[in-house]
Ligand binder design. Structure first.
Ligand code: SAH
Length: 443
């Protein structure tokens, strides 16, 4: 996921040419550990200057500034670099392409820090990227009505593998790459100095970490975690379980889409599937929905959802919460002959990568087909996919197939994406992981 933008300053006095010095500095900053199951540098001469050498012709994606170097494109690794080390990436003829963080255990062998040979990948480099990301968020003026915001969106903010979410006075940091892992403490210090949170909490416990060969970590990095972390979003208050909630505790990427739901829900009977802590449900209730049935498999999430409802003084008699598997619950509703005016489907990631796309497509088609069948004529379906492995185009095709099989005609009313604090680096389309459609079925 993510996005990145950004420029860095060029400091020729500390260029990357003195590689040994640079490596030493990085090592000190990092307290770096050898990851479990890490592959040894495969080939190359141990005495050579550490570098990643690509196979002939495999530099094309790098020339287009895509920040990932897949293992299949690598001819050899020179030297004996440690996990997370910054290495020059060279084409088969030896030309410099980029500075990248080495991740020996991952299918993504390295992630690019910079395209400029003269740039030093050091603390100042990171400070510039972080400051740039924070400045971009400040321009969005989200803080006017929301206290939750994605401050750093990994690749798309020029910091591959680093997610930082702000929940009021608390920052949650998630590290998903060996490169960022190496700079963990430096980054925490910078965030502390720049944002002055009461706590920086680390949620480095995503599946992606295992793919990177990194240990799972969950705990306080700086400060003290308040007992009650809350985020205000368009005036609605949500409790955020920073330590045990999903992702970093809340789904900030759906902020704008939740607001749209509020605007569409008036007088409707709403079904919110995969409701988590009640995001879409609360907006719908505030927007004047006649009733909202919310379903999720997680009892913990539903308990917070009910708490959130009370916290906002919303009418509990219009809300019903159901702990169930959505695939089964939709069938049950169909068999009971139930129908709704507005259905929201925001499932978890079915396809983390394109390799899972086919299986994921079956899952999306299944729930959307059932969703279409449960809609009254003229009803709305808001349907989402947060799978990086499913493109926007493919998602639309899956939904079209579901409508066809359900026997309904539908129009696209809105095309939706992640909120503005989740920008997408133009050269990194994978950053556009969240896509959604609001469809209206014919009356
Ligand atoms: N729409 C939510 C975020 C949804 S995240 C928001 O705006 O905050 C996906 C949710 O799906 C999670 O809460 C997870 O518990 C739930 N989930 C995953 N698999 C499920 C299943 N098979 N049935 C029901 N819920 C499921």
């Amino acid at each position: 996921m993510t996005s990145q933008k950004h420029k860095t300053t060029h400091r020729s006095s500390q260029g990357n040419r003195d590689f040994r010095n640079r490596t030493k500095r990085s090592g000190q900053a990092a307290g770096e550990q050898k990851p479990r199951g890490a592959a040894q540098p495969h080939t190359g001469m141990a005495t050579a200057q550490p570098a990643i050498i690509l196979k002939a012709g495999r530099e094309k994606s790098l020339l287009r500034k895509h920040p990932w170097i897949f293992s299949g494109a690598v001819e050899r690794i020179d030297g004996t670099p440690a996990s997370g080390a910054t290495l020059p990436v060279r084409d088969a003829a030896g030309n410099f392409l980029a500075w990248a963080a080495y991740s020996p255990a991952s299918q993504i062998t390295a992630r690019v820090w910079s395209w400029r040979e003269a740039e030093a990948i050091d603390a100042e480099f990171l400070r510039n990227r972080i400051a740039n990301a924070l400045a971009a968020r400040a321009e969005l003026k989200l803080a006017d009505n929301s206290s939750g915001m994605r401050l750093i969106h990994a690749e798309s903010d020029g910091l591959p593998g680093l997610i930082v979410d702000r929940y009021s006075e608390v920052l949650v940091m998630q590290i998903g790459s060996a490169g960022v892992e190496r700079w963990r403490d430096t980054i925490a210090d910078m965030l502390q100095a720049l944002c002055k949170p009461v706590c920086i909490y680390e949620r480095s416990d995503s599946d992606a970490r295992e793919l990177e060969g990194l240990e799972i970590r969950n705990g306080i990095l700086r400060g003290t975690l308040p007992e009650n972390v809350e985020v205000i979003e368009h005036g609605l208050r949500f409790k955020v379980d920073v330590a045990a909630g999903q992702k970093t505790g809340f789904y900030l990427d759906q902020r704008d889409n939740r607001a749209l739901t509020g605007a569409l829900a008036r007088d409707k009977e709403v079904l919110n599937c995969f409701c988590y802590t009640g995001g879409f449900s609360l907006y719908a209730l505030r927007g004047g929905a006649k009733s909202v049935l919310s379903i999720d498999a997680s009892g913990d999430a539903l308990r917070i959802a009910e708490e959130n409802l009370a916290r906002n003084g919303l009418d509990a008699t219009r809300a019903e919460w159901q702990e169930a598997d959505v695939f089964q619950a939709l069938r049950k509703l169909r068999d009971q002959g139930r129908s709704f005016d507005f259905i929201i489907l925001d499932p978890p990631k079915f396809a983390p990568t394109a390799a899972f796309a086919e299986k994921a497509a079956r899952g999306y088609k299944d729930i959307n087909l059932l969703g279409f069948k449960l809609l009254r004529p003229g009803g709305l379906l808001a349907t989402y996919s947060c799978s990086g492995g499913i493109s926007e185009d493919l998602f639309q095709k899956i939904i079209a197939g579901a409508a066809l099989d359900a026997g309904v005609d539908a129009q696209i009313v809105h095309r939706l994406h992640a909120s503005v604090d989740h920008p997408v680096l133009l050269s990194f389309p994978e950053g556009a992981y969240l896509k959604g459609l609001v469809l209206r079925v014919s009356a």
